[in-house]
Design a protein around this ligand. Structure first.
Ligand SMILES: Cc1ncc(COP(=O)(O)O)c(C=O)c1O
Length: 398
């Protein structure tokens, strides 16, 4: 079991008094991440490619971060690309992939997704006369309709882009099944794992996808985007790069100079997560860590669902099955922004609105009504924090 109090002591922000239930929008960081970023800056970092020590140090920092990312997603270091955030990386790949699309081709997106996995593809498709279809989700559970998806995929389908977990409702998606269906017609699968990453172990081999993106600020690291791209695609797709940038390897996708200090912080974040587990190597430790994280988080989710006061309802999957501990709440007679304001007033950080999950909020009819209030727990959340938010929800003033 996780010793959550000991772990919290590693996070300066968690000393209080604020309660952070805004993890789906970004998490706090442990001391080792802060130290790694500041030590990198203090150690005289230079640009890569120089014939001197500080340049070599930056190169080693990049290599360590690629190795950490590869362990984190289950791929190879040579298949890891870093960028400012998931959205920028997705725009870059959508532009490159669409170079090969033709009129009459088709792509399939998901109605459950964050807009960062929708608009880049819609824009790229429009520029090539490619048809865009959306796989829908169940209005009650917010589960993606995988039967519909399998029926939709055809020989003209070039891409299926889908989330592994909804940032609005916490719904998990059976991405391996979806990737199998895509592969059966030669279509590529692009997975948004931004919301999955703090909660569940990622394994690109088990998923069978071609691209997977996540953001380290959602899993206790610095503000940095991470993409895993299948090796052959990484080498062959037409990256939009300047002429002197590398023609081979991840560097062909990484525009400009890297954020070396953030890469050092990223490695520290992966090492922090691995330190929650045990095993012969970092991958094994991450496997064990995520099984501990999942058990703790779902116990919190259970406590939360059991104690929900009347007048507050969860939109989406009502139980523990098929979800992570992220809840979109509707409160009788109060708009979401007012709920978040009152919670903020008593020192509880939550979110309100659509959280960029424009497509599902619109289909559920919440977009024009101010969206929903989102509460998210992570592995450093405590039963006491669950009780505090339940009590604050029960005391909302209309
Ligand atoms: C599920 C999901 N996808 C994509 C994004 C966009 O990530 P980034 O801020 O790294 O561009 C977010 C951010 O909230 C998200 O929750």
């Amino acid at each position: 079991m996780l010793d959550v109090e000991a772990l919290r002591a590693e996070f300066p922000a968690l000393a209080g008094p604020q309660i952070y239930l805004d993890g789906p929008a970004g998490t706090q960081v442990p001391n080792r991440v802060i130290r790694a970023v500041s030590e990198a800056l203090a150690s005289s970092m230079s640009n890569v490619g120089g014939q001197f020590g500080s340049s070599r140090r930056s190169e080693a920092t990049v290599d360590r971060a690629r190795a950490a990312a590869a362990d984190f997603v289950g791929g190879e270091p040579t298949e890891v690309i870093f960028g400012p955030n998931m959205t920028s990386l997705t725009f870059a790949v959508s532009r490159a992939l669409s170079e090969g699309w033709k009129e009459g081709d088709r792509i399939i997106l998901s109605a459950l997704d964050h807009d960062a996995n929708v608009t880049p593809w819609v824009r790229a498709a429009a520029s090539k006369g490619v048809r865009v279809d959306f796989v829908d989700f169940d209005r009650k559970t917010t589960a993606i309709d995988l039967d519909q998806l399998e029926a939709m995929i055809d020989a003209r389908t070039r891409l299926v882009a889908v989330t592994a977990c909804s940032n609005a409702f916490g719904t998990l998606v059976d991405v391996p099944r979806l990737a199998r269906a895509a592969r059966s017609v030669g279509a590529l699968t692009f997975v948004d794992a931004v919301h999955l990453a703090p909660h569940r172990r990622i394994d690109v081999q088990a998923i069978g996808c071609d691209f997977l993106v996540c953001s380290s600020y959602k899993f206790f690291g610095p503000h940095l985007g991470v993409m895993w791209m299948r090796g052959d695609l990484l080498e062959q797709l037409p990256a939009f790069k300047v002429r002197p940038a590398p023609d081979r390897g991840p560097g062909r996708w990484e525009t400009g100079t890297g954020p070396f200090e953030l890469l050092a912080g990223f490695t520290a974040a992966v090492d922090y997560l691995a330190s929650l587990g045990w095993g012969a190597d970092r991958r094994g430790a991450l496997d064990a860590a995520f099984s501990e994280i999942g058990a703790h988080e779902m116990a919190l989710a259970d406590r939360f669902l059991t104690g929900l006061p009347s007048g507050v309802s969860v939109v989406g999957q009502p139980g523990l099955e098929g979800r992570v501990p992220t809840f979109a709440l509707e409160v009788d007679s109060l708009p979401a922004s007012e709920v978040a304001r009152q919670l903020g007033h008593v020192g509880i950080a939550t979110w309100s609105g659509h959280y960029y999950a424009v497509e599902p909020m619109s289909r559920l009819g919440f977009l024009d009504r101010g969206g929903l209030t989102r509460i998210g727990f992570v592995h450093v959340s405590t039963p006491g924090e669950v009780d505090a938010v339940l009590s604050a929800l029960a005391s909302l003033e209309s």
